[in-house]
Design a binder for this molecule. Structure first.
Ligand SMILES: NC(=O)c1ccc[n+]([C@@H]2O[C@H](COP(=O)([O-])OP(=O)(O)OC[C@H]3O[C@@H](n4cnc5c(N)ncnc54)[C@H](OP(=O)(O)O)[C@@H]3O)[C@@H](O)[C@H]2O)c1
Length: 509
């Protein structure tokens, strides 16, 4: 019998296979490890993208041993629907667990002994990746514990030891600097990987390729041709079980300081001399440095804040933010923000960038819209009046992963009529090529030591600097209804939003 095999092209999967190493996950008893990190590592293993020799060491306070930790991780794969018995045999044999209280040295010494044993047994070359999957208040104690126990290794750039930090990177400029100072005591900046998984999504990564690997777009990617840029990250979910965190954070800290700023930089940055991590990150920082400082005097033109009230989600009635468990019934925490930002440089002078993110909006949507200007002179005005629409480029990141460019065509018939149509490219069309999801990509890059997709400390600080006046306004707001306007769950934000960006409904429609 003849069989046909489908050839899967894996040539674009990874630059190279990472060197042998031990991955040490702090907070391994938690949600992130079970739902994201371990399934991502298992998938990388299945794709042949893990190092030839590796160990995964879970670390946290919960009293587990190797076997019970393996059981949990097996369950996480089963729940993710990716359990593979043959792969599991190998993965389980590489899984270990160390009980450790984050503030006590003794645990770090035990961890050091375990890692030394694994190094010897598995020939890992002393390379270690410490992943801090813990609540943020533990980042500093863990870095210090690693440092004092000698686990941070040398502080030089060529050390094989790396530190991976989950957001938030501080809660304001001062705390971000404090965190960085502590981390830098033990880890050189080049060895710190700050996760922003938005950057690792295929469609996000494609923005730079789209802009700079195609000759046709770059000449029109500026103030002469672009009317505005809008970046929207909408969620239909409410605060869910994260009320404690969200009450302290709000939408600006949760979404804008990190993800929205990263997306803005990709759309607005200049081409780097070379596709090298620090060169690309330099260009992003230049965007942040060029941001026109937010002016509280122009509040009504530049900022709309909202908080969801009772309404609907997926056709079902849902409660408002203040009724959610764990939320202060008088809370003034914003769950929605729209900001009009400007970048004061030659390319973007006076082009508005509308940044919008919120919870309990009608649907999940992550989209960037590049709205071009109308033609300078319409020769069809005598026939069509002012009805000629301008071109619009839509970069959809989620749930669609697509790029579409709208343009005008003539409708068939003897009378001159126009309609708008679109050229559309869908990323998911070529599914035979294996792709990496966001956590798979960031974990692989951390193991490879490639910092391209990880925000550098100077970017973090410039971003906090921009948002400081907005956060100060939020924090000084004693009248919950004054600055933060209510909007019904299931709507596109408070009525003030369209006043900031009149084209908003069209952008998300
Ligand atoms: N979960 C996600 O989907 C997600 C997504 C993006 C970013 N993140 C970030 O990733 C990190 C980890 O997230 P997570 O959801 O896994 O967190 P988590 O489940 O709340 O915490 C992880 C582990 O940290 C330990 N821990 C929790 N609170 C502690 C406390 N107050 N003192 C000491 N130890 C404590 C617990 O382990 P032991 O008690 O066993 O030590 C817990 O299992 C956070 O920084 C979060 O912001 C998470």
């Amino acid at each position: 019998m003849q069989t046909t095999t489908t050839h899967i092209d894996t040539s674009c999967l990874m630059k190279s296979r990472p060197d042998p190493c031990a991955l040490v996950i702090f907070g391994a008893s938690g949600d992130l490890t079970a739902r994201m990190l371990f399934p991502a590592l298992a998938k990388l293993y299945g794709l042949g993208a893990m190092p030839e020799r590796f160990a995964i060491v879970g670390v946290s306070r919960t009293p587990l041993d190797d076997e019970s930790f393996r059981k949990r991780m097996r369950q996480s794969l089963e729940e993710a629907g990716i359990f593979d018995a043959a792969a599991w045999e190998v993965l389980a044999s590489r899984l270990f667990y160390v009980v450790l209280d984050y503030g006590e040295q003794e645990g770090y010494l035990r961890l050091r002994d375990t890692l030394a044993g694994l190094d010897e047994r598995l020939n890992l070359g002393g390379r270690r990746l410490f992943y801090l999957a813990t609540p943020p208040q533990l980042f500093e104690p863990v870095a210090e514990g690693l440092g004092l126990s000698g686990l941070a290794g040398k502080r030089s750039r060529d050390s094989g030891t790396r530190l991976v930090v989950e957001k938030p990177f501080g809660r304001d400029l001062q705390s971000a600097r404090h965190l960085a100072d502590t981390l830098h005591e033990w880890f050189d900046e080049s060895r710190i990987f700050r996760i922003d998984h938005y950057l690792a999504k295929e469609t996000t990564q494609n923005i730079l390729l789209f802009r700079f690997a195609n000759a046709v777009f770059e000449p029109v990617w500026n103030r002469h041709y672009i009317d505005y840029v809008s970046i929207t990250s909408a969620e239909s979910l409410g605060v869910e079980h994260r009320a404690g965190f969200y009450e302290q954070s709000g939408v600006i800290r949760d979404m804008f300081q990190n993800h929205m700023m990263q997306l803005l930089a990709l759309v607005a940055m200049e081409p780097a001399p070379s596709f090298v991590a620090d060169m690309v990150r330099d260009e992003k920082v230049k965007v942040y440095r060029s941001l026109r400082p937010f002016d509280p005097g122009r509040l009504s033109q530049d900022l709309a804040l909202g908080q969801y009230g009772p309404g609907t989600a997926d056709g079902q009635p849902v409660q408002g933010y203040r009724q959610e468990q764990g939320v202060d019934p008088q809370s003034a925490t914003p769950t929605f923000a729209m900001i009009r930002a400007f970048i004061d440089n030659t390319r973007w002078q006076d082009v508005p960038f509308y940044l919008c993110s919120g919870k309990r909006l009608p649907r999940k949507l992550m989209r960037m819209v590049i709205q071009f200007k109308t033609v300078p002179h319409s020769m069809f005005r005598n026939v069509l009046g002012d009805s000629v629409s301008s071109n619009r480029l839509i970069l959809d990141v989620h749930p669609d992963q697509a790029i579409s460019m709208s343009f005008q065509v003539k409708r068939p018939g003897g009378k001159l009529c126009l309609r708008t149509t679109a050229l559309r490219f869908n990323f998911t069309e070529n599914e035979s090529e294996p792709s990496l999801d966001a956590y798979e990509k960031v974990l692989l890059d951390c193991m490879l030591g490639d910092g391209m997709l990880f925000p550098r400390q100077d970017a973090v600080e410039w971003s906090w600097r921009y948002f400081t006046p907005i956060l100060e306004l939020c924090e000084a707001c004693s009248d919950p209804g004054g600055l933060v306007k209510p909007y019904p769950a299931g709507s596109w934000g408070p009525p003030e939003a369209p006043a900031i960006h009149p084209g908003f409904a069209g952008d998300v429609g």
